[in-house]
Design a protein around this ligand. Sequence first.
Ligand SMILES: [Zn+2]
Length: 165
Amino acid sequence: MSDYDDSPVLIEPGNPCIFCEIVAGRAPASVTYEDNRVLGFLTVGPVTPSHLMVIPKRHYAFVAEMDEETGAHLFRASMRMAAALRNSGLRCEGVNWFLADGEAAFQEIFHVHLHVFPRFRGDTFKLDADWSVHPPREELDATAAQIRAAYADPSAGRHSSEGLG
Ligand SMILES: [Zn+2]
């Protein structure tokens, strides 16, 4: 918890960020969760009914700008919201989590937001992807090695006490 940035939310004059406006109470939102760090609310453009999102109250454009504790708390809040969704009596047979980080990932609002939306048989949500590609193990291992070598903290990314060499 010690690495959490607890300074107040800064809103620059003329900041056009809609999520900062919601946090500041200057734009409307149908709130479903709130604590001192994050805010959850219904989206105005749901992909399925009762589509929620949760945002950090501070403005971070991208995941990499956010401290890990805020990221962890964002997910913690999303878990609570998903559980509430399942218990609410609203239509919810499953839940998808979705976070778009960067324009290439279809991020449209540059304030980190995690989508949490109910799924049910016959809903209209679709993921359009080619699932038929299965790279050989050597390629997966080489890619994994390249990623393991790229952590800012060299102790990160190890999956056992033996380390990965
Ligand atoms: Zn913002």
